[in-house]
Write a protein that binds this ligand. Structure first.
Ligand SMILES: Cc1ncc(C[n+]2csc(CCOP(=O)(O)OP(=O)(O)O)c2C)c(N)n1
Ligand code: SF4
Length: 290
């Protein structure tokens, strides 16, 4: 007879009533969520100041499992939704956790502009190289040669190098880790949470059920063993140098970390100069007495 309820140290940051989750055994998404919640806890940021936004997809379910204010938005629209939140209440720490299809395919246009504006938010982009939730279509991050439902002979398209994409658009913090690099990923998320500006972390994550099965890569554990044997840590590199090839080496690290005025800093400074010293920057609706 079970007399004690099993608990987990992160339970208070999880909506345990939503467990069991929908993610497959050995999927990397649990590790990403664990890293994120550990980073939140260790950052010391009050939980009421953090908001999580996701789009649609397996990764997008993250918003539903965190015991923080969170929004599960429409496909590809996590970033404009998050931008609206940030502008509505600049004091919030806005975090987007979503998939490569959501952020880089249907949401690609929003991604480039959010990076260009150096919008103050953190994006955790879980790249499993396919649209997993809808059965495994190939997308703009699928490596050349990888087989998927809509690429039965292997994709022949040139994929995005996501760190280079966001770096060239204006992101001021850019990192890539795999789910094997739990400590580095957690540290990176912590750094990103306190970074003023657009911080972007790509997480390479196994999808054994769809991508793994189509390409006969084995279980999630086999895929993580592949990461162990084939990841190379190179911090501060030129992001042009971290392209991903099918079953090739994976370059990981913190590639970019720099300070540049955020969207709101630029806007406030510009308006202060245009309107004059009487200009009062909007601080959000949480002032005492509001
Ligand atoms: C407007 C719209 N188009 C298409 C879909 C179908 N759809 C749902 S999730 C998804 C892809 C998700 O891919 P990704 O972001 O990589 O997430 P993953 O499931 O791989 O984590 C698509 C195309 C949708 N929900 N809404
Ligand atoms: S389909 Fe793939 S990405 Fe989605 S939960 Fe299963 S293993 Fe994870």
């Amino acid at each position: 007879m079970i007399t004690e309820q099993e608990t987990h140290p992160l339970d208070d940051l999880l909506r345990v009533d939503r467990i069991p989750h929908i993610w497959c055994p050995t999927c990397g998404l649990g590790i990403v969520l664990n890293s994120f919640l550990t980073a939140v806890r260790e950052s010391g940021i009050p939980r009421e100041d953090i908001v999580v936004v996701s789009g649609i997809g397996c990764t997008g379910r993250a918003a539903g499992y965190v015991n923080l204010d969170s929004f599960h938005t429409t496909h590809g629209r996590a970033l404009p939704f998050a931008t609206g939140l940030k502008l509505g209440n600049p004091r919030l720490k806005v975090v987007v956790i979503s998939g490569d299809g959501d952020l880089v395919a249907i949401g690609g246009n929003h991604l480039i502009h959010t990076a260009r504006r150096n919008m103050d938010m953190t994006v955790v982009c879980v790249n499993n190289f396919n649209y997993a939730m809808t059965g495994g279509q190939f997308g703009p991050t699928t490596p050349k040669g990888a087989r998927l439902t809509t690429a039965p002979y292997g994709s022949y398209e040139h994929p995005f190098n996501i760190p280079f994409l966001v770096d060239s658009c204006g992101a001021t913090y850019v990192a890539r880790w795999t789910v094997l690099h739990i400590r580095q990923l957690t540290e990176s998320i912590k750094e990103a949470l306190v970074h003023p500006g657009f911080s972007f972390i790509e997480v390479i994550s196994p999808c054994p059920t769809v991508y793994g099965r189509r390409n006969q890569l084995g279980s999630g554990l086999d895929i993580v063993k592949y990461y162990r044997d084939n990841s190379i840590v190179r911090n501060d590199i030129d992001t042009r140098e971290c392209e991903i090839e099918y079953q090739g080496k994976i370059i990981v690290g913190r590639f970019v970390q720099k300070r540049k005025p955020t969207y709101l800093e630029t806007m406030n400074e510009y308006l202060r100069q245009s309107v004059g010293e009487g200009f009062v920057p909007y601080q959000g609706p949480m002032d005492d007495g509001d």
